[in-house]
Ligand binder design. Structure first.
Ligand code: FES
Ligand code: FE2
Length: 363
């Protein structure tokens, strides 16, 4: 934790108070959130489509506006897909400037060469330099995993991916395909003037559903809404109102005791939301663009099209706009000098508390 910021969240939910408004407004806190939680978390990077061939490369900036890390996804000669730093170890020029396929990498600035797994093979003009090229001339390799067709990466993971995804697999593995297939025609992106943490907090509680989302509320049995928290993720369980479609969970599933499950809402620290509906998966990727600007991308993976416009998984754009509006109104409200962080509603805001404790851990 940096000198200038200190987040105290009591581990006891019944005693705890939420973060002060500085978390969402102060530039020092923003820097700390980028250097800690965002750098140490796992982020969804889309799919490996187009990167099947050895030598296929896709450069991009990881989380523009916050991490701003130049990286490249690169399939090695050994068939392994890697995420490497895209900054040349000489003077920092981007090594791969556009997507494509090649047998090796060569920096366009002074011609330094790299293998497809990032080792430096040599550089013109460096003859006579001691122990050159050493291992520290290689492009830094970051963590990358493929999970059911989706890529996740991290610059400095707080926890291994298997620990992050374990509760999703345990609760929902039986109703997920081996590989999610995206319907790109259903992609949506939303941008709004609020801090990403406000959007995450809103996502993590169902307390607001009857007030903010009357249409969604009618499709859910709200009084049986459920919550579970894990070390690096949370789950919310939406129970179907009468007549609405439900997930086909195996007999004895822990969440089926509440009723017919309309949705399993998983959040993976800090930016991924996996919303599992009877029709398939709605993935929300949160992109912090700055301290008061956030983009959320919606991707849809439709397994049962006949159910797509039914139940808790329908009308998602309307629900999103209602949620965004709340985040925006909170952002405005946090200008209040009198605001000092509220208490947590025990039955419904334990997930918000879990998020804040994860921030404490990674700041
Ligand atoms: S910056 Fe890449 S070779 Fe000089
Ligand atoms: Fe909501």
């Amino acid at each position: 934790m940096s000198e200038t910021v200190r987040l105290d969240i009591d581990p006891d939910l019944l005693r705890a108070r939420m973060p002060p408004r500085e978390l969402y407004r102060d530039p020092a806190w923003w820097k700390a959130l980028v250097a800690g939680p965002l750098r140490r978390g796992w982020h969804c990077l889309g799919s490996a489509d187009g990167l099947e061939a050895a030598g296929a490369a896709r450069p991009f900036t990881l989380l523009p506006g916050s991490l701003d890390e130049p990286v490249v996804l690169l399939r090695g000669a050994d068939g392994v897909l890697r995420m490497l730093s895209n900054a040349c170890t000489h003077r920092g020029h981007l090594v791969v400037e556009q997507a494509g396929t090649g047998k090796a990498l060569r920096c366009g600035y002074h011609g330094r060469g790299y293998t497809l797994d990032g080792r430096c093979t040599g550089a013109p003009g460096f003859e006579g330099v001691a122990s050159f090229p050493g291992e520290d001339e290689a492009l830094t390799r970051f963590e990358l995993v493929e999970w059911r067709g989706l890529l996740f990466g991290s610059l400095a993971p707080e926890a291994p991916w298997k620990d992050v995804i374990a509760p999703v697999e345990a609760r929902a593995g039986s109703c997920m395909p081996a590989k999610w297939r995206r319907d790109a025609t259903l992609d949506r992106a939303f941008e709004f003037d609020a801090h990403f943490a406000l959007y995450v907090e809103n996502y993590l509680e169902g307390l607001h559903i009857p007030f903010l989302h009357p249409a969604l509320n009618a499709r859910l049995d709200w009084k049986n809404y459920g919550y579970a928290n894990f070390d690096h993720a949370t789950l919310q369980v939406g129970i179907a109102a009468d007549g609405e479609p439900a997930l086909a969970l195996p007999a004895g599933h822990p969440d089926a005791a509440r009723g017919r499950v309309a949705a399993l809402y998983f959040w993976l620290f800090p930016t991924t939301m996996l919303n599992l509906y009877p029709w398939g998966l709605s993935l929300n990727v949160v992109e912090p663009l700055g301290p008061s600007r956030t983009r959320v991308r919606f991707h849809s993976f439709v397994e049962r099209p006949e159910l797509h416009d039914r139940g808790a998984g329908s009308g998602l754009v309307q629900v999103e706009l209602e949620d965004e509006r709340a985040a925006l109104q909170v952002m405005k409200g946090l200008a209040a000098r009198t605001y000092r962080g509220g208490r947590y509603a025990p039955a419904a805001e334990a997930g918000v508390h879990a998020f804040h404790r994860m921030l404490v851990r990674t700041l």
